[in-house]
Design a protein around this ligand. Structure first.
Ligand code: MG
Length: 311
């Protein structure tokens, strides 16, 4: 397997003045952090968490590795809060996913209520358990999931990064399958949009993660945008699945440049413009046409030259 396209989008939402969320979308590492604290402290905490993960992410493997990354991020935020009075008490959530393509697995680590979801075979599954007051009340049978969704304390978290010298990290690995789409998000999405609606928006984006991410942020804002919204999406492909737009299933009848083929284009977002070019002209036919054109220009040039010399 390998990582296909990915995208990350963050938005302040409709009610907040500042965005205290941060995200990482740097394959194989993906993460969302939702900061909290007075003044700009939440922003600082989320930023420190993202920076700590980014710094060591490339050399890390497995659930233990991700847990170690998050533990190190906790240490840095805690120490900063001790030396900088303006940031005292700051904290952040973090949910990180690290893809190990060789092992075919995704390591996920988290603290707080930012979530990881898996979309597979048309259904959506929440992979993480919120470290929140309402999640604990649901687990102990005091609240129903529906009551939790409407609870005024639904954003109160019971575990955060940076508020204590040590932190308890939940970390695990998931065996990935080609076609899987993973979503990481802050509670600005999950408190505004139901899981079913999240799945529907991603489905409607036809495997375009940028469209899906923007659609999810728009959905959260359309329902009130009460908090900062951050989403990171990535998909898993077969190892030998190419980015060639011409790729068609073996039993399908090839049709020239038909619309459905576009849904199968698998490229990194930054390569999208290249793929756009390749789809419209640099295929085998396009290349032949270009060679023929160059040959024709050279031949005409030679004729003109010959005509000039012999005249
Ligand atoms: Mg939030």
């Amino acid at each position: 397997m390998r990582i296909g396209r990915s995208a990350g989008v963050t938005d302040t939402g409709r009610r907040r003045l500042r965005n205290e969320d941060a995200f990482i979308c740097e394959p194989p590492l993906f993460a969302v952090a939702d900061g909290m604290g007075g003044a700009r402290a939440g922003e600082i905490a989320a930023g420190l968490a993202a920076a700590a993960l980014e710094e060591a992410g490339a050399e890390t493997r497995g659930a233990e590795g991700v847990a170690a990354l998050i533990t190190e991020a906790n240490r840095r935020i805690w120490e900063r809060s001790l030396t900088d009075p303006e940031t005292a008490g700051m904290g952040t959530t973090v949910t990180a996913a690290l893809v190990d393509a060789a092992a075919g697995s995704i390591a996920i680590g988290h603290v707080g209520d930012s979530r990881a979801y898996l979309l597979r075979g048309g259904s959506i599954e929440q992979l993480t358990t919120d470290h929140s007051l309402v999640a604990e009340l649901v687990q102990s049978g005091i609240l129903t999931p529906e009551e939790a969704e409407r609870h005024p304390q639904r954003s109160a978290i019971t575990r955060a990064l940076g508020t204590e010298p040590t932190v308890d990290v939940d970390a695990f690995t998931i065996t990935a399958e080609p076609g899987d789409v993973f979503l990481l998000c802050s509670d600005g999405l999950s408190i505004m949009v139901t899981d079913e609606d999240v799945a529907a928006v991603i489905d409607a984006a036809e495997r375009d993660p940028v469209r899906a991410a923007e659609g999810l942020v728009a959905a959260a804002n359309a329902r009130g945008g009460e908090d900062n919204v951050t989403v990171v999406l990535f998909e898993i492909l077969e190892a030998d699945e190419t980015d060639e737009p011409e790729r068609l299933p073996v039993d399908a009848t090839p049709e020239p440049a038909s619309e459905p083929v576009q849904g199968q284009i698998q490229v990194e977002p930054e390569e999208a413009s290249e793929a756009e070019v390749s789809r419209h002209g640099a295929g085998p036919g396009g290349r032949l046409a270009a060679l023929f054109l160059i040959a024709a220009v050279l031949a005409i040039g030679a004729l003109v030259l010959y005509w000039g010399v012999t005249r």
